[in-house]
Design a protein around this ligand. Structure first.
Ligand code: TRP
Length: 330
């Protein structure tokens, strides 16, 4: 019996993944390898919907790939690819864009937000069709489930709509994927503003996994807490302390309740110290693995090509089926 297939992607738009990416999404990607057949990818084609420096994009793509391997994505178990190395993504995207309404694309709130940032008229067409490329990513592999954050829910709804529409018009072709909004994984907040989600746009509140150890230690030790002294888990009233407990629990493997008991009568400084120690204990060997992988570019590129070859075996079948159904000659 074959396992259900899962697919997810991440954009190569930073030099390093951060603790929010790791605990909020990527840790779950690693775990899902035990229960699903997984396809994961670096969404470099999505990244270029806003301006990217070519040399930086290439570096970040290689580094993101190495970071996913170092986190535990196992190329023997899963298919790990760079999106642009599998041309079927672009091929299917074109077909899907032809069955998407302009109004439908215009309604995507992430597009509206991103377009508003740069001034609506300067946004690229690619930014508008971004969710259609995302739908193609998913449908290409007949994925059953797509683990993503809440911010991607609307894109998944569009993917389902397009799959159902295509199947209805041309006959059963695509698996209609289930949204798999990951609630169980940790929500990680900004260290300096614990009311906001951790994000690279706020560097002092963001723990990058590839930052120097000293920097990370400093950031954790200067995390914002509150004027109270009690260490308890209460995200609504004690966002900073609760965030540190969440991070410490994730990296130490100790349940939050046990941590709270062990910190009874102790000070915030102790909590920060133990959190920093637990994070560093994870980060240090992780950085070693990333550096080792990046030190052998030939091997890294060979892993990418192997991944692309395996992905194309699945993707080419879908595209051939779609081409035939819509009336392209063979
Ligand atoms: N849009 C996703 C994000 O920014 C990345 C992505 C691209 C993706 N294609 C995907 C996620 C397909 C899941 C499935 O997080």
């Amino acid at each position: 019996m074959s396992l259900p297939r899962v697919l997810s992607g991440i954009q190569p738009t930073s030099d390093s993944f951060h603790v929010g990416n790791h605990l909020g999404a990527l840790k779950n990607w690693v775990e899902m390898q035990n229960t699903h057949e997984c396809v994961y990818f670096i969404a470099d084609m999505h990244a270029i919907t806003v301006e990217q420096d070519p040399a930086q994009l290439r570096e970040r793509t290689l580094s993101s790939y190495a970071q996913l391997l170092a986190l535990g994505i196992d190329p023997k178990k899963s298919i790990l690819i760079v999106q642009s190395q599998v041309p079927e993504h672009a091929q299917l995207m074109w077909i899907m864009s032809s069955i998407t309404g302009i109004g439908e694309a215009n309604r995507m709130t992430q597009f509206k937000d991103k377009a508003a940032k740069g001034g609506a008229s300067s946004a690229s067409v690619g930014l508008l069709t971004y969710p259609i490329l995302q739908a193609a990513d998913i449908l290409l592999y007949q994925a059953n489930a797509v683990p993503v954050g809440e911010d991607q829910r609307q894109h998944l709804e569009l993917t389902r709509d397009l799959a159902i529409r295509f199947n209805g018009r041309f006959g059963n072709t695509f698996v209609v994927p289930e949204p798999f909004i990951v609630k169980a994984t940790a929500k990680i907040q900004d260290l300096q503003d614990p009311s906001a989600k951790m994000s690279k746009s706020s560097p002092s509140g963001c723990i990058n996994l590839l930052d120097p150890l000293k920097t990370t230690e400093k950031k954790i030790k200067s995390a914002v807490t509150d004027s109270d002294t009690e260490i308890r888990f209460d995200p609504a009233n004690k966002a900073g302390v609760s965030n540190l407990l969440t991070i410490l629990s994730a990296y130490s493997g100790i349940p939050i309740n046990d941590l709270v008991t062990s910190f009874e009568g102790r000070m915030y400084g102790d909590l920060k110290k133990e959190t920093a120690a637990a994070v560093l204990e994870f980060i240090e060997p992780y950085q070693g693995r990333v550096n080792e992988l990046l030190g052998d570019k030939a091997e890294l590129e060979s892993l990418m090509h192997d991944g692309a070859t395996r992905a194309r075996e699945i993707a080419a079948k879908t595209v051939a089926d779609v081409y035939s159904k819509i009336g392209f000659v063979s």
